[in-house]
Write a protein that binds this ligand. Structure first.
Ligand code: SF4
Ligand code: SF4
Length: 162
């Protein structure tokens, strides 16, 4: 995505007067306020109830180009990510890594992504759940790739340090 495309999606909130006096510190995102899955060309192949027993990495599998990537065990963050890009990466046969961030109803992107993944893991056994999640390399870096500075994790650390 080019810088021009990104700037077209954002408008200083001062334009509506809400944050008058704060300059351009905050922006209002004009991208659709729903999850990427809703505009994904593979959404019809995403099962109503997913049940994952393992997470795979793109280089470990031959990726089916028609089927939902999450249903193939690939860590696609479409369920937690805001729509608006047209599912660019998914169309290129790569999982969404979440660069569009969350919808307006989500306070913490990584927490939302983790919650979405936890809801589709096919086990209630603690050790099995840990085993499955250990297949995600660098979970913090993966789930907070674009949002760590704004995350609740960082705020918690700041409160403890105070
Ligand atoms: S999980 Fe990924 S591949 Fe599946 S429907 Fe959502 S965005 Fe598309
Ligand atoms: S990472 Fe996700 S939100 Fe960003 S361009 Fe790729 S598919 Fe779109």
């Amino acid at each position: 995505m080019t810088a021009e495309q990104i700037s077209a999606l954002c408008l200083p909130r001062t334009a509506c007067g809400k944050d008058k006096g704060r300059g351009n510190q905050r922006v209002r995102v004009l991208a659709p306020d729903h999850a990427l899955c809703e505009e994904c060309p593979r959404k019809d192949s995403k099962p109503e109830r997913l049940a994952l027993v393992e997470f795979k990495r793109p280089h470990q599998v031959l990726i089916d180009e028609e089927t939902c990537l999450l249903a193939q065990g690939l860590l696609c963050l479409g369920p937690a990510t805001r729509a608006g890009c047209g599912a660019l990466c998914v169309k290129g046969n790569m999982p969404c890594s979440g660069c569009f961030g969350p919808t307006s109803r989500v306070r913490d992107y990584g927490g939302k992504a983790l919650s979405a993944l936890a809801s589709i893991v096919a086990s209630n056994d603690r050790e099995e759940i840990v085993r499955i999640f250990q297949q995600i390399p660098d979970p913090t870096g993966t789930l907070y790739r674009y949002s760590l500075p704004a995350s609740l994790l960082r705020r918690r650390r700041e409160v403890r340090a105070a």
